[in-house]
Design a binder for this molecule. Structure first.
Ligand code: ADP
Length: 348
């Protein structure tokens, strides 16, 4: 892929260069032709003037006439100097536009190169995630088939394990579809409407009540500003906020608290949603990766305790950014994390 981009960069540079050189060369030719014509006229005018001077002298004295006003050499020198300057200017334009053209080609291609690299990483990570349950399933089925004394109970158990793996695969596929859908934000139609943020958050919190109470976690909501209205696809925003609240519960110890605060930014243009937990926290070296697809903190502290595919935050970030919003995180290991989502809101 790197090779394709290098050759395309060179091709684009050559194209920019051809266009610029065509313009400057035509312009130079035009100038030189103009200078040529003007000098021809000047020489012609001088010749005529000399002829007139010559004819005004009586014939017997003509052989002694000296013409000091004839400056053909000077005029030819001007022509040469113009030609020389034009060559120098064209060479300078060639060098500058080649450098600038390459830089511009690089800038034009960079976002495409980055997007393709991101897609490539996404596809290989997705393939890896799909392969793991498939391999487990295949091994399980093969072992069961090879068992000569297979009885009904073991067969049922094997089938149950297979159903579990199929469920895993199906939920992974749903997540993958969501991730690729939000990644291409503009391709599908959003159902944009105006809705109240606090009632949406109430709805999300209700959805997680049971999951939280299973771990004895209290979810509190603090409303700092009333009536914050958003204009967006409500389901998408619900999906994004749910992911963050779900994580706050997933990555917290029992008997802790999750605090959801809703407020407006100082300039009243943004809704600010803060989700603060007292959970495991995220280490400094991992925090920069948690929004990458399939990234999961790979340590016993978090991974063993919670299930997931590492797609939730990547999806959330794509959704939030598709509305020109931002998501950031601050975290301290064993103290907890605070995720802050900022979204443009309606000014009321
Ligand atoms: P998943 O939860 O499915 O693993 P996410 O994309 O939602 O995927 O999160 C990526 C990783 O970020 C998680 O695996 C976890 O390591 C870390 N993480 C996310 N939210 C929190 C949180 N509130 N506290 C601690 N770690 C978190």
């Amino acid at each position: 892929m790197k090779n394709i981009f290098s050759t395309t960069k060179i091709k684009l540079t050559a194209l920019y260069l051809m266009i610029i050189m065509f313009v400057t060369l035509s312009f130079s030719l035009f100038i030189f032709a103009g200078v040529n014509e003007a000098t021809e006229h000047a020489m012609e005018a001088q010749r005529r003037k000399m002829e007139r001077q010559f004819l005004s002298v009586p014939p017997q004295f003509r052989e002694h006439v000296v013409f000091n006003s004839y400056k053909e050499d000077a005029i030819l020198q001007i022509r040469e100097e113009v030609l020389y300057s034009l060559i120098v200017i064209n060479l300078a334009v060639l060098v500058i536009s080649a450098t600038l053209g390459y830089y511009l080609a690089e800038r034009t291609l960079k976002p495409i190169e980055d997007m393709l690299a991101k897609q490539k990483r996404f596809i290989s990570a997705a393939a890896h995630e799909i392969k793991t349950p498939l391999t487990a399933m295949k091994t399980d089925i093969e072992v069961t088939l090879r068992d000569k004394k297979l009885n009904l109970i073991s067969a049922k158990e094997a089938l149950q394990r297979t159903v579990f793996e199929v469920d895993e695969l199906s939920s992974l596929t749903t997540n993958l579809l969501a991730a690729s859908k939000y990644n291409n934000g503009d391709v599908y139609r959003k159902e944009i409407k105006i809705f109240e943020l606090s009632s949406l958050i109430d709805k999300v919190i209700k959805k997680f009540k049971i999951k939280a109470s299973d771990k004895n976690i209290e979810i509190k909501i603090e409303l700092k500003n009333e009536d914050i209205a958003l204009k967006a696809d409500q389901l998408e925003i619900e999906h994004a906020i749910s992911n963050v609240i779900d994580n706050a519960i997933k990555y917290s110890n029992e008997k802790t608290m999750v605090l959801v605060t809703i407020s407006k930014s100082e300039n009243k243009k943004y809704a600010v949603i803060e989700v603060k937990d007292q959970g495991y926290g995220i280490s400094k070296e991992n925090i920069q990766h948690i929004f990458d697809p399939f990234y999961r903190e790979n340590n016993a502290r978090t991974r063993s305790k919670a299930e997931g595919y590492g797609l939730g935050l990547a999806i959330t970030k794509d959704i939030i950014e598709s509305y020109s919003g931002k998501i950031k995180v601050e975290s301290k290991v064993e103290k907890g994390s605070t995720f802050t989502i900022t979204l443009p809101c309606l000014e009321v």
